[in-house]
Design a binder for this molecule. Structure first.
Ligand code: AMP
Length: 211
């Protein structure tokens, strides 16, 4: 088999990927808490452990042949330089708009929206014809409306526990989110047989083919 590099998204997606990787013989054969590049149980496949937002550029530029990343990151990135052949149906959640319970929108200025996803938020409000001010944050979105930084947040919601614990309520779902397998376009041609084998393994382990 041609050597393949698989980029994994650190955090929740990595945790939920491990049983799947185990099932298809690609479990990490090294310390994934410390190493950034680890061999897998398959000598032909090595793994990169990187930040979720870095997976699309690594795969797009061919530093990795294939990657596992959330649909949220792909939507924010644009995702046009990649193939997205499989929905691997893990790390499922939704991207939603939330507000402080009982919050009334301001009359004298634009709504302020705090989010890690400025592109998705921009498209969402533009589609509704709403002029908003978007504030890009890098974490703990739930804090922003509590301290008056923003009127609304656009963030991932899974169980809803984090929102509830902070006195926030979900007012609108933007879309459902799950993890996707993405493939470098040149690798798909040059390493077709090896990639086909890997995609088939993911598919038979429960991933769903994207139309
Ligand atoms: P929950 O309390 O279960 O609704 O989870 C919400 C918190 O977990 C928020 O801070 C989200 O940003 C984060 N979160 C939920 N689902 C995911 C996911 N699939 N990947 C990364 N972060 C997530």
């Amino acid at each position: 088999m041609t050597g393949l590099t698989l980029a994994l998204s650190k955090g929740r997606i990595l945790e939920e990927s491990l049983p799947l990787l185990e099932r298809i013989g690609l479990a990490p054969a090294g310390d994934i808490d410390r190493l950034l590049r680890v061999p897998s149980q398959n000598p032909d496949v090595s793994l990169l452990i990187i930040r979720p937002t870095d997976v699309p550029p690594y795969v797009e530029y061919g530093a990795a042949d294939i990657g596992i990343v959330g649909k949220d990151i792909l939507m924010e990135h644009g995702g046009t330089g990649l193939y997205e052949p499989l929905d691997i149906d893990i790390a499922k959640c939704r991207l939603s708009v939330a507000v402080v319970k009982g919050h009334t929108p301001p009359r004298n200025r634009r709504l302020r929206i705090a989010t890690k996803y400025p592109e998705i938020a921009r498209r969402h409000y533009a589609a509704k014809g709403q002029q908003v001010e978007i504030i890009k944050l890098y974490g703990s979105m739930e804090l922003a409306p509590l301290v008056g930084l923003a009127d609304q947040i656009v963030d991932l919601v899974a169980t809803g526990n984090t929102l509830r614990a902070n006195g926030l309520v979900e007012i609108e779902k933007i879309c459902d989110v799950s993890s996707r397998l993405v493939v470098n376009k040149a690798s798909m041609k040059m390493k077709h047989a090896a990639l086909r084998q890997l995609l088939d393994a993911f598919a038979s382990a429960g991933a769903t083919l994207n139309a």
